[in-house]
Design a binder for this molecule. Structure first.
Ligand SMILES: Nc1ncnc2c1ncn2[C@@H]1O[C@H](COP(=O)(O)OP(=O)(O)OP(=O)(O)O)[C@@H](O)[C@H]1O
Length: 344
């Protein structure tokens, strides 16, 4: 494709400064009610190119579901501009429905009283899926998600894990270009979670389906997404590589060293401080963005080093730190992987 401006192809998901403000009525005293505005989404901008798999995470009430609902056309934004595959979701919701698949982990889109197979048949008719496409997609989902024994079972009799697999298949029968997964592994056991993740990975790799994944289970993100967006209080506080979260959150890494013998706490290693000593083992923390190599050299030059290991901060603690910072307002604006603040 020619691209004289050098800006690359139009992103499949293009979100510019979207907002959603809800007006709620709150009790104020015994008889009085006051109107109040809730800024659920407060000026979010991001683009997702075709084929990318992106994690969208944030604490309860951060604005994740509201964003997804705007991306699917269920909710109309209060401000900003939004295009999915070139379509305006709120205005062209029916056309968009043919291009996207949505799975809400907390509720099913299947027909409760019907066997799974009948639900799929209804989906086929609703989306007018050509026979050959339907049969091929169904066969693939049945095989990869182990649905064969479940097809004759009414949805209400399925376990949560079985139902979730059934829902994911239903969302993919019409070959969507974009798949929104809102908490797809919530409440599932370890085996079912692994199955769902494996399937999503395959769909993305084989079909090039673009995936936006909302989850509270950070293992989902670690196993599926290289890019993660963190939302808090309706604003993006981070958008970048999962690896870059470490630098953006100013996390710390820990160097654990085993010395030949018990010694006083290691001192004088630039950028590091000793936080724990247990016999010959000592723990030194240093900024995650800093290289460990000069530290190791400095310790080895001056101390009788026997062994060492490096511990990365876990993703949970980094994200908790980002949330905490957002809540205190200590670091306003979006953080990028290079640790620079960026306008949100
Ligand atoms: N229909 C609505 N009317 C009024 N306020 C709403 C409505 N929907 C959401 N909100 C408010 O908007 C904010 C964002 O909610 P949203 O459901 O998008 O968060 P979330 O990040 O998906 O949270 P969770 O992880 O708990 O699902 C919350 O304060 C919520 O109470």
């Amino acid at each position: 494709m020619t691209d004289p401006a050098g800006t690359g192809p139009e992103p499949l998901i293009d979100v510019r400064g979207i907002e959603k403000v809800f007006t709620v009525r709150r009790k104020a005293g015994r008889l009085r009610r006051v109107r109040e505005e809730v800024r659920a989404v407060d000026g979010i901008t991001f683009q997702v190119p075709r084929g990318e798999m992106v994690g969208y995470i944030g604490p309860n009430g951060a604005g994740k579901s509201t964003t997804i609902k705007m991306l699917t056309g269920i909710l109309v934004p209060s401000g900003g501009r939004l295009r999915i595959a070139g379509l305006d979701p709120a205005r062209e919701r029916t056309r968009l429905a043919r291009r996207i698949g949505v799975v809400f982990g907390q509720r099913t889109t299947l027909w409760w009283d019907l066997p799974l197979a009948d639900s799929y048949e209804l989906v086929r008719r609703m989306y007018r899926i050509p026979d050959a496409v339907y049969r091929a997609n169904l066969a693939r989902c049945v095989e990869l998600l182990d649905l064969a024994p479940l097809l004759a079972v009414p949805v209400r009799q399925l376990s949560l894990g079985q139902r979730m697999r059934g829902d994911i298949a239903a969302a993919l029968l019409h070959d969507p270009e974009v798949l929104y997964l809102d908490e797809p592994t919530i409440g599932l056991d370890v085996v079912s979670k692994a199955k769902v993740r494996e399937f999503v990975r395959e769909v993305n790799a084989e079909r090039g389906t673009t995936v936006l994944l909302t989850t509270h289970d950070l293992t989902d993100i670690e196993q599926l997404c290289r890019r993660v967006m963190v939302i808090d209080h309706g604003r993006l506080v981070y958008d970048g590589a999962l690896d870059g979260l470490r630098a953006a959150a100013d996390g710390e890494r820990t160097l654990v060293v085993d010395l030949e013998r018990e010694l006083p706490p290691i001192e004088g290693v630039p950028g590091a401080r000793t936080v724990r000593v247990e016999g010959p083992r000592q723990w030194l923390v240093f900024p995650a963005a800093q290289s460990a190599a000069p530290l190791v050299t400095a310790v080895a030059e001056r101390y009788p080093l026997v062994d060492l290991s490096l511990r990365e901060p876990d993703v949970e603690s980094l994200i908790a730190e980002l949330y905490a910072r957002g809540a205190t307002g200590a670091e306003p604006g979006r953080r990028t992987p290079d640790g620079q603040g960026a306008p949100a």
